[in-house]
Design a protein around this ligand. Structure first.
Ligand code: HEC
Length: 126
C-alpha cells in the first residue's frame, strides 16, 4: 500500500511539472545507459542514412534558424531551445515527433543514444 501511494505521488508530481529540454537529455541518457555526445549528435543530424532526408533537410544544419519542410515547404520554427522557448517542453509532442521524423529519415525509430546525442547538440547551440 505504501509504495502505491509513493508511486501515485511521483506520477502526480511529474505530470504537474512542465518539462525542460535538460529533462529530455537526462531521460534519454538514462535510457541509453551512456553519456551523450554533442559532436556525434551534430553528425547524426546532418547525415542522410539511407533515406532521402537528413534531420537537417527540414530543420537546417543550424537549427537556431527557422526551417522549411522538405516536401510541403511549410515553415518550421527553430528546433534549438536557445532560439525557441517552446521546444522540448512537452513529452507527448517530443515523443510523437521523434517517432515520426526518425521513421521518415531512417525508416526506423531513433535509439535513446541517438536522441540523447541530438539533445546534447541542440542544447549546446547558442
Ligand atoms: C520532412 C521534414 C522533417 C524531417 C526530415 C525531420 N523533421 Fe523534425 N519536425 C518536422 C515537423 C513538421 C515538426 C513539427 C512542427 C513543429 O514542431 O514545428 C518537427 C518537429 C520535431 C521535434 C519536436 C520538438 C518539440 O518539442 O517541439 C523534434 C524533436 C524533431 N522534429 C526532431 C527531428 C529529428 C531528430 C530529425 C532527424 C532524425 C527530424 N526531426 C527530421 C519536420 C521534419
Amino acid at each position: 500500500m505504501r509504495h502505491i501511494l509513493i508511486l501515485a505521488a511521483t506520477l502526480f508530481a511529474t505530470s504537474a511539472q512542465a518539462e525542460t529540454p535538460r529533462d529530455f537529455l537526462t531521460r534519454f541518457e538514462k535510457e541509453a545507459g551512456t553519456a551523450a555526445s554533442a559532436e556525434r549528435g551534430a553528425r547524426f543530424f546532418s547525415a542522410k542514412q539511407g533515406g532521402e532526408w537528413s534531420c537537417a533537410s527540414c530543420h537546417t544544419e543550424k537549427p537556431t534558424q527557422a526551417g522549411r519542410h522538405a516536401k510541403t515547404d511549410k515553415a518550421i520554427t527553430p528546433l534549438a531551445p536557445a532560439a525557441n522557448a517552446e521546444r522540448f517542453t512537452d513529452a507527448a509532442k517530443v515523443d510523437k515527433w521523434f517517432r515520426r521524423n526518425c521513421n521518415d529519415t531512417l525508416n526506423r525509430v531513433c535509439s535513446p543514444q541517438e536522441k540523447a546525442d541530438v539533445m546534447a547538440w541542440l542544447l549546446a547551440l547558442k
